[in-house]
Design a protein around this ligand. Sequence first.
Ligand code: CO8
Length: 371
Amino acid sequence: MQQAVIAATGLYTPEQSISNVELVEAFNSYVERFNADNADAIAAGTVEALTPSSAEFIEKASGIKARFVMNKSGILDPAIMRPVIAERPNEEISILAEMAVAAAREAIAKWGKPVSEIGAVLCAASNMQRAYPAMAIEVQQALGIEGFAFDMNVACSSATFGIKTAADFIASGSAKAVLMVNPEICSGHLNFKDRDSHFIFGDVATAVVVEAADRADGGWDILGTRLKTQFSNNIRNNFGFLNNAAPEGIGATDKLFVQEGRKVFREVVPMVSEMIVSHAADLGIDPTGLKRLWLHQANINMNAMIGRKVLGRDPTPEENVIILDTYANTSSAGSIIAFHRANSDFAAGDTGLICSFGAGYSAGTVFVRKR
Ligand code: CO8
């Protein structure tokens, strides 16, 4: 069976960023306006007054200080409160594919081989721009790659599921190299009028080239991959192709991201910690000896708890990489941004873990060793 290697990664970061203070200022203006417009109904008890948000709460509860976005002006306009992204004609590359291509170009340039060696493209992300044609096929076309391509969605766990799928294609001989991209415009499905979640997500794209070990010059041996899913209603987005058939139409808020954040925290931390420890044991890896954790980036306190359970001590900032302070939760891309930005000090033989977790529930572990 042919082993697989992570050969290179790439990152596309949007130009615009929103700080917590800016986000909260816009939200609180919206709240003030809503409460003033509905003063009579609020006084009569038929409408509930909205409560302001706070930048201090956001940073303390999540570790997020800022997020990158594709459109800042719409999100920060209290009369709009959503990104405004113009639809493009079919002849033009779509915005999600464009972000993915930018990240892929960096990964391919670092890899240093011609795209003719890539046999498959996977677009693994939480939200696709459209049902079809696949984003992955658009990326394939833009980069001049032959072979096959398809989209896959496992919410925040999409990237580890994508790496596993790529490694399996290599093991079975379906492709010699696979490009996996994770474009995320999370702001497009975030309810910026919801105090509990308006701060959580940001936009970004990442890319990973996975290659057969016998052809790879360097990179990272994939020592083992494991996937897990367990149904939960605690993170949902009911947007879908049947919305148009629903009696109430498309506008309901459950067609955007909703979650029971506390329950997610409580249930996902033990599930993921146990999964990492048992996968490490099955691979003969001592988890306390891992040099680095590149975990999914949803909440800094969650990552600290998982890090402590896996390493058996309080991890140092170098051991447990945090990028959510400036990127927020970027869904599938989070653990790949962390890996991309914090692996250059690894020596041959050093071992680390890429791990993602999120809606489904879903979780994926990818143990890697520097070649
Ligand atoms: N400002 C001020 N106060 C607030 C705010 C706010 N914005 N929001 C809530 N509060 C208040 C609450 O009212 C509450 O007050 P009280 O105690 O008086 O009732 C208090 O703060 C505490 O509220 P919470 O219990 O909600 O706060 P937590 O401490 O639990 O923190 C978090 C909330 C940060 C959401 C936390 O629960 C968390 O991070 N949980 C884990 C979430 C997670 O990992 N989710 C995974 C989602 S990602 C995924 O898989 C989906 C992928 C799809 C992506 C698509 C893009 C849209």
